[in-house]
Design a protein around this ligand. Structure first.
Ligand SMILES: Cc1cc2nc3c(=O)[nH]c(=O)nc-3n(C[C@H](O)[C@H](O)[C@H](O)COP(=O)(O)OP(=O)(O)OC[C@H]3O[C@@H](n4cnc5c(N)ncnc54)[C@H](O)[C@@H]3O)c2cc1C
Length: 379
């Protein structure tokens, strides 16, 4: 579907594909098995302009569009879904809210380091008791003089261990629930702000997923991001863009599953012929390709709408819903096509299935995506 892309987007795709194939692919399996955060790759991604693709050069970004950003996340995730989500959480969830809701001083202070990848960002909304129901946030922020005092625990935070800049959502008026939540920028090293438990996971094992703990943590008054008590809108708007990033991550996993399956089906012989000659295998591959292209088009539409400044919450939810289920479907079929070899770690396809599952859960579970889509359909 490259015919839908501009010349600039095609060039970017080629550049990122080469980087991913030559530098990310060769270390992906070992990094995932050992749970190593790919720091050198992220540094190089920053040098290539991939950590702030969709943001203006005046803030250190590459000045491209969201379609380009999705292309890059897909190409990276084709070889390593962990690296894909590290880039996606950093860009869509940490840079984007500062770019969209920050004042000029905040943008100038934080964006150049984030867009260049010199600093890593994270987004902390989820708490042990506030997952899908993010409005039940129990973390609090209280203004005392010219400082905010934060108390509470966030959990399951991607890039939590590495992040230099964290976007934190806290209640500034508990009684008002979603209308009493505000967003804050918290810097690593702030006293009484600590990284807690590191989760052990089914997949995306090169990423850190951690608690962030605030115990009477004091930050300057000017670190409020956006308007007081309007943080829930910051979170929801940010997640719309984030869902397109997860769609791209899922597309990368689906494509990896398809490409590896086609290669294997042509090489593996049973009953005296390549298994690609069997209709059962051909049909699985046909279904995988069809589902992938349908998901890609939904993702492309969502990012195009975002680039055009159109409302795209429904389209982002549809794209994430479809692409995540397609990733799991394609990864499962890839294992089937590989037979027993698909189930063992000699091939990458078992990792694709483990990585795919999370795309159905984070940045809003697929049940929540269906609620979003149906709320538009039934309006
Ligand atoms: C690896 C990983 C990385 C993550 N990274 C981040 C991050 O960077 N930042 C961040 O803030 N969070 C992050 N999360 C949290 C993630 O977004 C939440 O786990 C997710 O939103 C679901 O919340 P929960 O786990 O509390 O599940 P719950 O909300 O408890 O849901 C449990 C089940 O109930 C269903 N359910 C809940 N409510 C409804 C409803 N109203 N109708 C129908 N079904 C419903 C859900 O769909 C799900 O099937 C991450 C999670 C993981 C596992």
């Amino acid at each position: 579907m490259d015919y839908l892309l501009t010349e600039e987007q095609k060039m970017l795709k080629e550049m990122v594909a080469k980087f991913a194939r030559e530098e990310i692919g060769p270390v992906a399996r070992e990094n995932q098995e050992k749970g190593i955060f790919p720091a050198a790759i992220i540094k190089k991604a920053g040098e290539l302009g991939l950590m702030g693709i969709a943001y203006p050069p005046e803030y250190g970004g590459a000045g491209m569009d969201y379609v380009s950003y999705m292309i890059a996340v897909e190409e990276i995730s084709r070889y390593c879904a962990s690296t894909g989500v590290i880039v996606s959480a950093h860009s869509s969830l940490a840079i984007d809210p500062i770019f969209r809701f920050g004042n000029e001083e905040q943008k100038k202070k934080y964006l150049p380091d984030l867009c260049s990848g010199r600093k890593i960002g994270c987004f902390a909304l989820t708490e042990p008791g506030a997952g899908s129901d993010a409005g039940s946030t129990k973390t609090t922020a209280k203004l005392v003089g010219d400082k905010w005092i934060l108390n509470g625990t966030k959990h399951f935070i991607t890039n939590g261990a590495e992040a230099d800049i964290a976007i934190i959502f806290a209640s500034t008026d508990l009684a008002q629930k979603t209308k009493g939540i505000s967003a804050f920028i918290v810097e690593k090293g702030t006293p009484c702000f600590n990284v807690g438990k590191h989760e052990k996971k089914l997949g995306i094992n090169s990423t850190s997923t951690t608690e962030l703990i605030f115990e009477e943590c004091t930050i300057p008054k000017e670190n409020l991001l956006g308007d007081l008590n309007k943080g829930f809108k910051v979170a929801m708007t940010t997640l719309d863009g984030g869902r397109l990033g997860i769609c791209a991550q899922a597309l990368g996993i689906a494509r990896a599953s398809i490409e590896d399956s086609i290669k294997y089906a042509k090489e593996r012989e049973q009953f005296g012929q390549p298994i690609a000659g069997f209709q059962a295998i051909q049909w699985m591959i046909a279904d995988m390709c069809t589902e992938y292209e349908a998901a890609w088009l939904l993702g492309y539409r969502g990012s195009l709408m975002k680039d055009k400044g159109l409302p795209y919450a429904k389209e982002a939810a549809m794209a994430k819903l479809k692409a995540s289920e397609v990733a799991s479907f394609c990864a499962s079929k890839a294992i089937q096509i590989h037979g027993g070899y698909g189930y063992v770690k000699e091939f990458d396809v078992e990792r694709y299935l483990r990585d795919a599952k999370i795309t159905e859960i984070y940045e809003g579970t697929n049940e929540i995506m269906r609620m979003v889509v149906s709320s538009f359909a039934l309006k």
